[in-house]
Design a binder for this molecule. Sequence first.
Ligand SMILES: [Zn+2]
Length: 470
Amino acid sequence: MALRFFNTYSRALEEFAPRDPPNISMYTCGPTVYSNAHIGNFRAYIFEDLLQRHLETRGFKVHRVMNITDVDDKTIRGARETKISLNDFTEPFKRAFFEDLETLRIKRANEYPGATEPRYLARMIEMIAELIKRDLAYQAEDKSVYFRINKFPEYGRLAHLNLDELRPTGRVRSDEYEKENIGDFALWKAWDEEDGDVGWDSPWGRGRPGWHIECSAMSTTLLGDQLDIHCGGVDNIFPHHEAEIAQSEGVTGKKFVRYWMHCAHLLVDNQKMSKSLGNFYTLRDLTARGYSGREVRYALLRVHYRVPLNFTFDGMEESRQALTRIDEWLERLREISTTISSEAPGAPMPNAGFQQALDDDLNISGALGVLFESIRETNRAMDANELGAIAAKAWLQWWDEVNRALALDAVETIVLPPEIETLAEARRLARLAKGWQKSDELRLELNARGWEVRDTKDGQKITRRVGPEP
Ligand SMILES: [Zn+2]
């Protein structure tokens, strides 16, 4: 079966046919770096990661770009409130974002353009000028430049909105009076006092780009006028992606994106995640509770991307158990694969069901169903001594293929904070010198700081203590 994906634009499952196979251009809207990304954001990034990995197992070469929004109302406000430059304010959040990607085993994109880089600002200004020339944009009295949605008949197609619904129906917010149409969105925002020292010169005066034009400029600069896949969360569909289409197609006159793919919401305990409800989690909140990156990855991966995911701590426990089942199964297979054992003719052998499920609009539930059914069957065969070394090796090879998409192998590199690293090293040396009392003291010290020590035949293993934060 060929690959097929649900295209938000047509609201239908479509056979996947990129413009220039096996090459695929893929653009994904990235984080706004004013705080640490939350697990709802990471759900979308993990969906995009699964998509890329599956395309790669199917032989495609994916070139992926993810933007970093480092200038907008929130970043400017954050910088002003902390009284530091915009760059100094966003830098630690950018760094944290890349660390989090690592923790969650999300493949690095080929490029991470930042909106404030000169080459992209130049492209934004060039695109806005072109839109004005084509009568698709205008400068209003407030000196900001807006896109004229009435002149772009396709506006609303992606979100399946009726343009008439966007027309003012009487009362118009007082701060919107300069615009011709309430739905017109800003391409260039004129500088005002709130912006402080943030601003760039343009043909329309000092100001800063609107959020939507950032993505149009960065995607077309790095991937060309036409992209194969554009992803994001469902929140991005309107107005952000709608605006991206209008701007990009308004400038190039070519169809901007072949396949629009959007990830559904994440709920926590069946409620919208919000700080005021106390159910707001960043990745760091979860690792501080003792969950590993791979456990969080599994929990965010296991539900089909178009279905809302309800995050719960019971779900985290289920994820932990599921991974333990995989680990124990692999351990058994590895053991059998090195023995000389007889092959039973009826032993279960791997099939292509896992990848076929993912071919069908990334049906992860179906794919995981195949995985766990395989585990059940092979465990049964191993219990009955009916699975020999040849079959075990075949299953291990099968797992390698499966794991290319899942990235859930047990091998996990934990980055220890420096002070924990020092204590761990001291303990290792104490044990080497047979200083057992010293070694026990250091173990207690590590425990007190929230870390667990296990002595194995390969040396000591340090893990975060499981459970709620002390
Ligand atoms: Zn975007």
